[in-house]
Design a protein around this ligand. Structure first.
Ligand code: SF4
Length: 336
């Protein structure tokens, strides 16, 4: 088995990073903008139903620090825990292209000034991509690693309406194609499972849409309720009920089985980093337990990413076989 897949029933992003950087890289999440078109109510948009006051940032304390301090502080903490050497600076909170171009460029330059920073990861929305932003990404791609994480969340307009995303399925598809046509950055998308009315057909169609797009990885989230969000109001009014961990794991299985083996998985589930803000479901606070539960669900069903995918090339066929073998490798007795 190729080193880096670690016997997992899916294609982990760590494998991509190991190959690219020759070892593990860790993300330093930073917060440099404090708004987005939704929160500002541009064109009648509303705050996304699941978004708390921190704009999906991992660390609320980041907002009190400048970029240098954030990078140095979080690098120190991560190094202490994991003996980490190499890092990517992840511009995570809010919409990171919703600011002046000069500010964006200064932030990128500041991050890349550190020897231990091997690249940038930029989180944004499908409707905040000016030609100048794409040009800037390409410029930085030519000198470093640049990855973009696009908040697509769903390819179904009724689900996007429920989430109050303020963009459509077509806008997401157009954004993905525009990024690929104008840049060579690594492109990942975020998806949310557990929306009301979501069926297995939606999950299968989502995988099929992604298979046909120039997307290199996906990050999966379970829709969970945080304090002071619209979703909390809906939950309290019994208009939204989060799915169980069992059901979420089953949905991930249905999606992964159809997903191309080329597409790497950044994360199998979201978890609430600020536990005191989590309203429901409680399992969204159990990061490792949920991750393992999903892996166990795949293994117990003797399935894996791409189990139902029809390979389109010898390379894909090889990757499908690799996924099949590695997913079985921990079920069967190991030969020395
Ligand atoms: S999820 Fe992103 S786009 Fe939506 S309200 Fe929060 S910061 Fe804005």
């Amino acid at each position: 088995m190729e080193k880096g897949w670690a016997g997992l029933p899916y294609h982990p992003i760590s494998h991509v990073y190991n190959k690219k950087f020759g070892g593990k890289v860790y993300k330093i999440p930073v917060s440099v903008v404090d708004n987005c078109p939704n929160r500002m109510g541009l064109k009648g948009m509303e705050t996304c139903v699941f978004c708390d006051v921190w704009g999906s940032a991992a660390k609320s304390e980041s907002f009190t620090m400048d970029l240098h301090t954030q990078i140095q502080t979080f690098r120190k903490n991560i190094t202490k825990r994991f003996n980490a050497q190499n890092f990517l600076v992840y511009f995570q909170a809010y919409t990171n292209t919703f600011t002046k171009l000069t500010t964006l460029e200064n932030n990128f330059a500041t991050a890349l000034d550190y020897d231990f920073v091997k690249g940038l990861v930029i989180g944004t929305r499908p409707d905040c991509l000016s030609p100048a932003v794409l040009k800037l990404w390409q410029k930085y791609h030519e000198q470093s690693f640049v990855a973009v994480e696009l908040g697509v969340q769903s390819f179904f307009d009724d689900q996007l309406d429920f989430l109050k995303r303020g963009h459509s399925r077509q806008q997401s598809i157009d954004a993905i194609l525009r990024i690929a046509e104008n840049t060579q950055v690594d492109l990942g998308i975020h998806l949310i499972f557990g929306n009301p009315g979501e069926t297995d057909e939606h999950l299968i169609e989502t995988a099929e849409i992604i298979n046909d797009l120039p997307v290199s990885n996906v990050k999966l989230h379970n829709l969970h309720v945080l304090k002071n969000t619209t979703l909390e109001v809906l939950y309290n009014d019994k208009k939204f009920e989060p799915i169980t961990r069992e059901e979420y794991a089953r949905k991930v299985k249905v999606f992964l089985e159809v997903l191309s083996p080329k597409i790497a998985i950044q994360r199998l589930a979201a978890f609430a980093s600020r536990w005191d803000e989590l309203v429901a479901p409680i399992w969204a606070s159990d990061k490792m337990g949920t991750h393992q539960y999903i892996i166990d669900t795949l293994r117990n069903n003797n399935t894996h990413q791409s189990a139902k995918y029809i390979p389109l090339s010898p390379e894909e066929e090889q990757l499908c076989l690799q996924l099949k073998n590695q997913s079985r490798s921990l079920l069967e007795p190991q030969a020395d």
